[in-house]
Design a protein around this ligand. Structure first.
Ligand code: NDP
Length: 518
């Protein structure tokens, strides 16, 4: 017979009975000294950690990044050199829903990657869309509030969403993609990923290039309509988890082609749009795709909580050869993502195994929550400060070779008005040139349905923006909005104040057709 493990308390004492509480007499009350019971209940109370404020619902897996092309003229990053394979972790997510939200909701998908490189962890926190709703971080918390629940009704509010968007026309591009087919992929495997932000690559020669990262699905783009998604959600709320987990268990490893667009550093000044504006793409004809390699997901986590919920991605994690750009949304995220993890997981969240770099880490951070590294982290027990005299006795020293070239920036420190940018041209290219008529009709229906019941002054403000994109876009969405408002189901269930219906607010607020209450 195999050796049996002894059940023990967290402190290691053997656990004599895990079935019967300690009571005073067979029919008597519990004794507080049943410390094993107390420990068990106390642990249960602490099983949940703070849910992510955004991107709470997620699915993930391990894999590898393989570089097949030579891009050494752009970067010294070791993990981006031809022939190098790097272990990685991916986490996909929806933005707005809580942890129990249904997977098949219309929403932007998070596409977060962590590469365990020999120079430390490199994270990219992107989406399945190349752009974002806002271009200035001042607007980010307010935008997220519109995606979450109304403070009084505790329901999601299409009125709030369209009020904010109609007052922030830079959101048009992302809202258009959200309401298009790409706003409801069939699974994480059937969507592209984008680093979205502009990053930079740099070389030992001190050259810097601006770069956009693209990950192209090799499984093909597949989407569901709102009606199809409603059917699926009626049967399972975990459709993405099932598809991704089962595919990997069955050895059908999903792959994405890894590509970049590159811009010479000085070309940013003459570019006819702001290349650091997160609401814009870099047109393919001006900045052609460059193949770099691919990544593949080939291992499910053994423990979802430990490896996916505990995973902490932050764009602040860069490695030599890769860096930031003047993209102000990226700069804000460099702060706020790492800060979210310090709050959610603890000060030393990068010592949790899934977040730990492959090499032993030496630094002078001390104490605080999640200090599980023990021993001497600095390399010498007398070196608990820096600079010190113990460099030749193991104390950690800085590495000046990791210094990136200077960022060439000029200009006065001021609050520059970003609203003078053109918010319509790229949306026009998408709607009128990239989409076909069937795709446009679905876009109109999704957007008009999502607007059902919102006040007409907000709707008119939004229509004004659509008209500037293309009069046919405005006319199509207006007709769909009228249909949605007139639908018997909507009339029967809408609320005169909130403009909400019960089904609309519980789940798929950003695009679902209102339904009759049960
Ligand atoms: P292109 O015609 O060269 O590129 C259009 C790109 O749009 C395609 O390559 C594809 O990118 C993407 N696309 C295709 N169908 C859809 C869809 N239904 N919804 C969203 N994206 C779709 O033109 P441009 O590069 O000049 O871009 C024109 C417009 O296309 C942009 O304004 C933008 O809205 C959109 N777009 C552009 C991207 C870019 O990086 N240039 C990326 C994605 C969208 P992919 O290969 O990434 O799937």
């Amino acid at each position: 017979m195999a050796d049996r493990n002894t059940l023990r308390t967290s402190a290691g004492a053997p656990w004599p009975n895990n079935q019967d509480s300690l009571t005073a007499g067979e029919r008597g009350p519990l004794l507080l000294q049943d410390y094993q019971l107390i420990e068990k209940l106390a642990h249960q109370n602490r099983e949940r950690i703070p849910e992510r404020t955004v991107h709470a619902k997620g699915w993930g897996a391990h894999g590898k990044l393989v570089i097949t092309e030579d891009i050494s003229k752009y970067t010294k990053a070791k993990c981006l050199q031809k022939g190098v394979e790097t272990p990685m972790l991916a986490r996909f997510s929806t933005v707005a829903g809580e942890q129990g939200a249904a997977d098949h909701e219309r929403d932007v998908r998070g596409f977060a990657l962590k590469f365990y490189t020999e120079d430390g962890n490199w994270d990219m926190v992107g989406n399945n869309t190349p752009v974002f709703f806002v271009r200035d971080p001042y607007k980010f918390p307010d935008f997220i509030h519109t995606q979450k629940r109304h403070p009084k009704t505790n329901m999601r509010s299409p009125t709030a969403m369209f009020d904010f968007w109609s007052l922030s026309p830079e959101a048009l591009h992302q809202v258009t993609i959200l309401m298009s087919d790409r706003g409801l992929p069939q699974s994480p495997m059937h969507m592209n990923g984008y680093g979205s932000h502009t990053y930079s690559l740099w070389t030992d020669a001190g050259e810097r290039y601006w770069v956009k990262f693209h990950y192209k699905t090799q499984q093909g783009h597949d989407f569901f309509t709102n009606d199809e998604a409603e059917q699926i959600i009626g049967k399972t709320r975990e459709g993405y988890q099932e598809r991704l987990f089962n595919a990997i268990e069955d050895g059908q490893y999903p792959r994405w082609k890894f590509q970049i667009q590159v811009m010479a550093e000085t070309d940013a000044e003459t570019c006819d749009f702001n290349p650091f504006d997160l609401t814009k793409v870099w047109p393919h004809d001006q900045f052609p795709m460059i193949d770099v390699g691919y990544f593949e997901l080939n291992r499910n986590p053994d423990n979802y909580f430990a490896e996916i919920e505990n995973a902490a991605f932050s764009p602040s994690n860069i490695v030599p050869g890769i860096s930031f750009s003047p993209d102000r949304m990226l700069q804000a995220r460099v702060f706020s993502y790492a800060d979210a993890h310090r709050y959610r997981l603890g000060t030393h969240y990068e010592t949790i195994p899934v977040n730990r770099p492959v090499m032993e880490v030496h630094n002078y951070h001390k104490d605080g929550t999640m200090n599980v590294f023990g021993g001497v982290r600095t390399g010498n027990e007398n070196a608990y400060y820096e600079p010190n005299s113990y460099g030749d006795q193991g104390a950690a020293l800085e590495d000046r070779s990791a210094q990136e070239p200077p960022l060439k920036i000029s200009g006065d420190a001021a609050r520059y008005d970003h609203t003078r940018y053109d918010d319509y041209a790229q949306v026009r290219a998408l709607v009128t040139k990239v989409m076909n008529e069937e795709q446009r009709q679905r876009l109109y229906k999704n957007m008009g349905g999502a607007m059902a019941g919102i006040p007409s002054e907000i709707a008119e403000r939004w229509f004004g923006h659509l008209k500037q994109v293309d009069p046919a876009y405005e006319a199509g969405v207006r007709a769909a909005w009228n249909d949605a408002n007139a639908s018997a189901e909507y009339q029967a269930n809408s609320h005169p104040v909130t403009g909400n219906t019960p089904q609309q607010t519980e789940g798929n607020a950003a695009g679902d057709r209102p339904q009759a209450a049960e």
